[in-house]
Design a protein around this ligand. Structure first.
Ligand code: CP
Ligand code: NVA
Length: 301
């Protein structure tokens, strides 16, 4: 009997113990206390990008190489996929050559289909729906500054986008309370909130950023316009949700600020917050490297 392929598609599809273990592994990797030096020697990762990336691309590539493996980076438009070959056939072909596939794309269905047809693990490197890899780095950054995230209050102020979805998944899996403040028109998918409720999560959807942030332990935001989206009229709608010094001052005294980056200073966050003493965004960014290594090792073990 062959073991099931371990895909990393979304946090709601992976159990809490496994996710906790991945963050702990990432911490051990960062601290240099993880086991084998080059556990992925002889393995190759293919990365497909249908959207731009700085952190995800570089951290996966550097991480895979540091683990002893090889990387092939594929721009979606340069693949036959870009001129009509099916996702299923792309998955079958890549599975003949590589040991793992990471994909950044638009529709979540493409990743699901890739995983369905691939015979190697598939990692979700962001879709319009979610960004699960980022959340491991985010939880890790919070915990290295403030201790266990379980039972803490995280406030999201901004667009109810793919990052907000993954924060909803993470709140259930890591056991923290989540308050999401966003314009009603930009609320996360109601199915996600229903999933959180059904799984014992404490996720509150609100439309007042001050109410969401008051006494929170962690304040998070993200771009108002995500990749693949060009609705700039949304700026007016989202302006009240900007994380500025006044809003940040409503949070708990030792609250930290997170942003997955890239940031747009003056839009979703002011320079005073993102470049200020409560921001831990550069540890968050660094942790992408350590957590990608944990994910790759898990998928390929
Ligand atoms: N946070 C993040 O995924 O950044 P990139 O778009 O640069 O990969
Ligand atoms: N919400 C952003 C996240 C970027 C890492 C986007 O999808 O563009």
């Amino acid at each position: 009997m062959t073991a099931a392929v371990k895909h990393f598609l979304d946090l709601d599809e992976i159990d809490a113990g496994t996710l906790r273990g991945l963050v702990d592994d990432a911490v051990a990797i960062k601290q240099g206390t993880a086991g084998t030096d080059r556990p992925l020697a002889g393995k190759t990762l293919a990365m497909i990008f249908e959207k731009p990336s700085t952190r995800t691309r570089v951290s996966f590539e550097v991480g895979m190489k540091q683990l002893g493996g090889e990387v092939v980076v594929l721009n979606g438009s340069e693949l036959q996929l870009g001129r009509g070959e099916t996702v299923a056939d792309t998955a079958r072909a890549l599975s003949c050559y590589v040991d793992c596939i990471m994909m950044r794309t638009y529709e979540r269905e493409k990743i699901t289909e890739m995983a369905h047809h691939a015979t190697v693990p598939v990692i979700n490197g962001l879709t319009d729906h979610s960004h699960p890899c980022q959340l491991l780095a985010d939880v890790m950054a919070y915990e290295e500054h403030r201790g266990p995230i379980r039972g803490k209050v995280v406030a999201w102020s901004g667009d109810g986008n793919n990052m907000a979805s993954s924060w909803i998944h993470a709140s259930v899996r890591f056991g923290f309370r989540l308050r999401i403040a966003c314009p009603p028109e930009r609320s996360p998918d109601p199915d996600l909130l229903a999933w959180a409720r059904a799984n014992g999560g404490e996720v509150e959807l609100m439309h007042d950023p001050v109410a969401a942030v008051t006494d929170a332990d962690c304040v998070v935001t993200d771009a108002w316009i995500s990749m693949g989206d060009d609705d700039t009229s949304r700026h007016n709608l989202l302006a009240p949700y900007r994380v500025d010094e006044t809003l940040m001052d409503r949070a708990s005294e030792d609250a930290v600020f997170l942003h997955c980056l890239p940031a747009h200073r003056g839009e979703e966050v002011t320079p005073g917050v993102i470049d200020g003493p409560r921001s831990i965004v550069w540890d968050e960014a660094e942790n992408r490297l350590h957590s990608q290594k944990a994910i790759l090792t898990w998928c390929l073990s």
